[in-house]
Design a protein around this ligand. Structure first.
Ligand SMILES: O=C(O)/C=C/C(=O)CC(=O)CC(=O)O
Ligand SMILES: [Ca+2]
Ligand SMILES: [Mg+2]
Length: 399
């Protein structure tokens, strides 16, 4: 129960409490969403209403708080639950509340490194068929390690940021030589991104996942398929993906996702010991992809082959540090049917089966002016959903 007059099952109720960076005029703070409002956490800590070791007071991004680690994360969650449940706190808390619709939402944390995996089997099979026709779609390493690459942290942007159509080299099938120009096959990738809080000195075992990772955001890994297809061999994605990557403004904690945990998939062949552990579990998170207002797919995260704990173990197994603010994305989420795919190259099967939008037009890849919005929810306690909010972006012509 809360004095905030929220419906019991509000998807941003006391069971969720996602963190953000927000601002008004020239001021900026860190905050927490409750219902359709945001509590100014920087202000709350400076007034002594919460205590996160000074990591919120005066801060405009979550990095210092994320670096504090699990005891502080748990304490803040308990303190906030207390503040929002105890009606005697109302008088002190209310002046620090802002309507979500009246603020500007920023990138919630400074992104340190950005890694993107390729961990959904159906997606890997689909892209294998589309990029390497006639070959075995799943390459020999795929079931032994979570395939991934390092992306570009500096071009991760918050939801609502415009996406200029990237230009680059592409080689059209009938052309003898590559040409330079705007991408003609601009696509999305619907993913979840996990946010590292605590820096590691090296390898993070599967079972220490919760000590290092704070929570998750929705990711749209915009992808220019024509640039990608021409440039990617043998080193992997480069300018076809590095131009922008959008994230949702709310960081949902692993604590809020406990009720959504599902067993990790059975992995056959078995994996090496460093990829094993009890924390090998997934999450039942359901995404929805909307193209100019028409829902075109509902990708199911629960079917992910490599789990977030295994991905972190793998990306640090060589002794690489994980750092506060690292973002590692799951890979495109694509279930078995076209209506569950997380990219348009799969949804339209390379343009062979365009999708019809509610305005009567049809699409294969993105046109200038198109808007894509990805939302996500997970089951929470007592039947109340945990919302991630959304990540949205509109493609604009680069002048
Ligand atoms: O198989 C390929 O060559 C293509 C791979 C990608 O496009 C990367 C990708 O989709 C990563 C992801 O799952 O998001
Ligand atoms: Ca991707
Ligand atoms: Mg990208």
């Amino acid at each position: 129960m809360t004095w905030l007059e929220l419906a019991e099952d509000h998807p941003f109720g006391v069971h969720n409490l996602p963190l953000c960076s927000f601002g008004r005029e020239c001021a900026e703070w860190v905050g927490v969403r409750i219902g359709d409002r945001i509590l100014n956490l920087a202000g709350a800590e400076s007034l002594g209403l919460v205590d996160a070791g000074g990591s919120l007071d005066g801060e405009t991004t979550l990095n210092r708080f994320l670096a504090e680690g699990r005891p502080t994360w748990t304490r803040l969650r308990e303190q906030l639950t207390g503040l929002f449940s105890d009606s005697r706190q109302r008088e002190k808390v209310e002046p620090l509340l802002f309507e979500v619709g009246e603020v500007r939402l920023g990138l919630p944390f400074d992104v340190a490194d950005y890694v993107d995996f390729y961990s959904f089997e159906q997606h890997a099979r689909n892209l294998g068929k589309l990029f390497r026709p006639g070959m075995e779609p799943l390459l020999p390493n795929w079931k032994h390690l979570p395939v991934g690459y390092h992306g570009r942290a500096g071009t991760v942007v918050v939801s609502g940021t415009e996406i200029p159509r990237p230009w680059g080299q592409r080689k059209r099938p009938d052309d003898a030589a590559p040409t330079y120009g705007p991408s003609e096959r601009l696509d999305i990738e619907a993913e979840l991104g996990f946010v590292v809080g605590v820096s590691s000195g090296g390898a993070v075992p599967v079972d220490e996942f919760r000590e290092y990772v704070y929570g998750a955001v929705i990711v749209n890994d915009w992808s220019a398929r024509d640039l990608q297809a021409w440039e990617y061999q043998p080193l992997g994605p480069f300018t076809g993906k590095s131009f922008r990557t959008s994230v949702s403004p709310w960081v949902v904690s692993l604590d809020a996702l406990d009720a959504a945990r599902v067993p990790g998939p059975v992995q056959e062949p078995g994996v090496l010991p460093y990829l094993q552990g009890r924390a090998h579990h997934g999450y039942d998170i359901r995404l929805e992809v909307t193209w100019n207002g028409t829902v075109v797919s509902r990708p199911p995260f629960a079917g992910m082959y490599w789990t977030p704990a295994q991905q972190l173990a793998h990306l640090t197994v060589n002794g690489a540090f994980a750092r506060t603010g690292d973002l590692y994305a799951s890979g495109t989420i694509s279930g078995a049917s076209p209506e569950e795919t997380g990219s348009f190259i799969e949804r339209t099967w390379n343009g062979a089966q365009p999708v019809r939008l509610s305005d009567g037009s049809s699409r294969s890849f993105l046109l200038d002016g198109d808007t894509v919005t990805i939302s996500a929810t997970a089951p929470g306690v007592d039947g109340a959903a945990v919302a991630f909010g959304e990540v949205t972006g509109t493609v604009v012509q680069e002048l």
